[in-house]
Structure formats: C-alpha cells, structure tokens
Design a protein around this ligand. Structure first.
Ligand SMILES: O=P(O)(O)OP(=O)(O)OP(=O)(O)OC[C@H]1O[C@@H](n2cnc3c(O)ncnc32)[C@H](O)[C@@H]1O
Ligand SMILES: [Mg+2]
Length: 212
C-alpha cells in the first residue's frame, strides 16, 4: 500500500484521555495541523474490543474519521511489565477500574490511577523482593482518513517501575515509571523531557518521517 502524506488542515485527535490529547497537541504543533479532539466534537467513545494495540487504535481512528469526515489520529497505548508476562498491556486502562467518584489525582475523571498502580505493584510484590521490575510503555498510533486509508506506527520506551508513586506531572501510570538511564519518574520530569523520550514521541517520530 502506498503511503499517503498528511496535508495541513484539521485533524481529529481520536482520544477521550485529556493527558494524551495534551501530549498529542504538543507533538503536532510544529506541523501546521489544526487538531480538534473527539471530545470537543462530541464524538462517542467506541468500545475497545480489539486484542492488540493496533486493532484498538484503528477502531478508534475509524470511528472518529467516519463520524467527523476528517482524518483522525488515535493512540492506543499501555504498560507492559516483564515479570507479569506483559500485563496489563492492552488492558492497561481497564486495570484502572472506573470509580463512582471523580479521580482526585492524575488521569482525569472516572478512573482511579492510584489503585491501578497499586494493583501492578501488588502483583509484583507477590513475586518477592528480588522481582524483575523492568517494564516498557508502548504506543500505537493509527491515522485514518474518511475514505478508509490507514497508516499505523508503533513506539516504545523502556524503563522500570518505582514504588511508591512520585511526581505530579503527566498522567496515568507516569508516577511509577522511571525511564532507562534516569532516576526520575515520568511524572517528575518536565513534559518537554518526557516528549523527548516517550513511547508516544517515538511513534510520532516514525509518523512524521513517513507522512510529512
Ligand atoms: O482510548 P483513549 O480515549 O485514547 O484513552 P484511554 O485512556 O482509554 O487510552 P488507552 O485505551 O490507550 O489506554 C492506555 C492507558 O495506558 C496508560 N498510558 C498510556 N500512555 C501513558 C503515558 O504516556 N503515561 C502514563 N500512562 C500512560 C494510561 O493509563 C491509559 O489510560
Ligand atoms: Mg481507551
């Protein structure tokens, strides 16, 4: 399939995660794209029934492209922990069960990220104090045009898991993720530093190389 270039103009960010939307806006800024989020357009949040990151990213991007008539960029991402056989992986968001209260901390309303990070830590602790704490974040970006054309890119960042959570920046599992070669968690690093090394930035580099 031939690559299609992304022309300047409106693009839907097919995500309902405020933290992600903020990061994707920042990453798109230099490219003459006018991003508008799925939430701003009142687009529905499709059910993520896929079993791979790519399937879910494509499903979200197709839904937004079709509903809006604009190219749509979706991000399906997750945390893969070596000692847990790659879990939570595709189910990373689901491990942060929806709570009846508004989450008081990171990650926006409805999901309790502290509980989710604790769940990962609890499963690691079951394996004893010498457990391998290495993990990586993965990000799959899917760009879909209203006529159905698809482009997919994947990025990763390796690191290890800290406990207890540290830092107030970023979102989701950032307070427990320490990227390789650093001592600070993603939630302690300045957003520009996270953008220089994150799984999302890695996937974006590939997208930019191919599509601009
Ligand atoms: O599907 P959308 O609407 O984009 O939002 P979501 O939060 O449901 O996103 P995913 O389905 O891709 O779930 C991935 C989860 O992985 C976590 N995650 C992904 N990228 C992250 C990052 O850069 N820092 C911390 N956590 C991240 C975060 O908790 C996400 O909710
Ligand atoms: Mg999701």
């Amino acid at each position: 399939m031939t690559r299609r270039k992304l022309a300047p103009g409106r693009l839907v960010i097919a995500s309902h995660n405020a933290g992600k939307v903020r990061e994707i806006r920042a990453l798109l800024e230099p490219f003459g794209i006018e991003p508008v989020s799925a939430g701003d357009l009142g687009l529905p949040e499709p059910e993520e029934t896929g079993t791979t990151f790519a399937e879910n990213a494509l499903l979200k991007a197709h839904a937004s492209a079709q509903a809006s008539g604009l190219p749509a960029l979706a991000d399906d991402s997750g945390l893969c922990v070596a000692a847990l056989g790659g879990a939570p992986g595709v189910y990373t968001a689901d491990w942060a069960e929806k709570q009846w209260f508004e989450a008081q901390t990171l990650g926006g309303p409805g999901r309790d990220w502290y509980l989710a990070m604790g769940k990962v830590e609890g499963k690691l602790a079951e394996q004893g104090p010498d457990v391998d704490r290495s993990a990586f974040f993965i990000c799959t970006l899917a760009l879909v045009w209203p006529d159905g054309h698809e482009e997919v890119f994947e990025g990763r960042v390796h690191g290890s898991l800290a406990w207890p959570p540290r830092g107030t920046m970023g979102f989701g599992y950032d307070p427990v993720f320490v990227p390789l070669g650093r001592d600070l968690t993603f939630a302690e690093l300045d957003p520009t530093e996270k953008h220089a090394m994150s799984h999302r930035a890695d996937a974006f580099r590939k997208l930019v190389e191919a599509l601009f």
